[in-house]
Design a protein around this ligand. Structure first.
Ligand code: ATP
Ligand code: TPS
Ligand code: MG
Length: 324
């Protein structure tokens, strides 16, 4: 199958699966044309997924399509943006039609769920790599930004943490009928971007980050360069029951440092009152700590500091990736 037939068969139908009103020209020209609405700002983000780094070679292509879009939508969620459109740069070792059918199916199902339209891309031959760039929009001047932390802000997180990190241990095994293993693998393969929560936080002016590298590392980024820090209550980190069963005493360590969960971590100012236990749509919210003037993230188990050997994922330092 040549490049043009591949685009006609897989990408053009995907581009028609969602039609967003802001898209003037989608697939088929040298560039897509998107309407700039008065009173709106465009929000753009891009993430690449590389085989063996972000996903195992054995991944189901449907899950890969889902996951590649999900991690990008998660960045729009963290900005409080409404999804508009995306581009797909796909590098494939070969054009396997069954593989492409499943991969495009995963993309289609998540894109339909969130109303985001494929407007273009690039298809090339080489080692399997997927780059997706997403575009969203927010009312002008309201996108959520990192770095505005004030002492006393409550540090909060949505859902639960650590399950996707536990899944890394099970990627090469068959889950059989073990419901706990199935549950952690579902968290890893099918991230659920928190777009509704992102919009809800933006309306309240609350700064957020998505937890992709690991809580302690990502919270450090959210606190920004303003020199603030935070104290986190280790016992308060929300753990899913399946993670507690599979990881036992290691569960909270995973929740503090493993990535891939794509929950939102956010800083809730005291002026907004108590943090609700959940959003109106039922997303659980947990207070896990407090912003402090002193820089650094301090993880405390009661009065005892918890030392993490591993603070979060970094492409150019630590473990197997450390070639410095
Ligand atoms: N190659 C690059 N060129 C320009 N800007 C970059 C590049 N790599 C990262 N950035 C920018 O640096 C900032 C931090 O990037 P980073 O990838 O850590 O954030 P993220 O995409 O939210 O996290 P993650 O990739 O773990 O989901 C972002 O504003 C990003 O756009
Ligand atoms: C097979 C496999 N091994 C390890 C990991 C862990 N991992 C890789 S990149 C990353 C951070 C997010 O990436 P980025 O910062 O590039 O957005 C994490 C947590 C994984 N997902 N799959
Ligand atoms: Mg990134």
């Amino acid at each position: 199958m040549d490049e043009i037939s591949l685009i006609r068969r897989f990408w053009e139908p995907l581009g028609r699966a969602v039609t967003h009103p802001a898209v003037r020209e989608g697939i088929g020209n040298d560039g897509a044309v998107i309407r700039c609405e008065p009173g709106q700002d465009a929000v753009v983000a891009v993430d690449t997924l590389v085989e063996g780094v972000h996903f195992p070679a054995t991944i189901d292509p449907y899950a890969l399509g889902w996951r590649a879009l999900a991690v990008n939508l998660s960045d729009l969620a963290a900005m409080g943006a409404e999804p508009v459109c995306y581009t797909l740069a796909l590098t494939l070792p070969r054009a396997d039609e069954d593989w492409l059918e499943a991969f495009s199916g995963g993309l289609r199902d998540l894109s339909v769920r969130h109303g985001i339209q494929l407007v273009g891309g690039d298809t090339t031959r080489g080692p399997l790599t997927i780059t997706i760039q997403v575009q969203g929009r927010v009312p002008s001047g309201t996108a959520m930004r990192r770095g505005g932390a004030a002492p006393g802000d409550r540090v909060c997180v949505s859902g639960s943490l650590g399950s996707a990190g536990e899944a890394l241990k099970w990627l090469d095994t068959s889950p059989g009928n073990n419901p706990d293993v199935r549950a952690v693998l579902a968290r890893y393969f099918y991230p659920q971007p928190r777009l509704a929560l992102g919009g809800w936080l933006r309306e309240r002016g609350v700064a957020a980050i998505d937890v992709s590298d690991g809580l302690v590392s990502d919270l450090g980024q959210l606190l920004g360069e303003a020199g603030r820090g935070a104290r986190l209550d280790y016992a308060a980190l929300p753990i899913a029951p399946e993670l507690a069963t599979l990881a036992g005493s290691q569960a909270r360590k995973l929740a503090a440092s493993a990535g891939d969960d794509y929950e939102l971590c956010f800083l809730w100012p005291l002026a907004l009152g108590e943090v609700p236990e959940s959003t109106d749509e039922g997303v659980p919210l947990t207070v896990i700590g407090e912003v402090e003037a002193e820089p650094g993230v301090r993880l405390m188990d009661g009065n005892d500091p918890v030392e993490l050997a591993y603070g979060g994922y970094s492409h150019f330092s630590g473990g197997a990736n450390d070639d410095s």
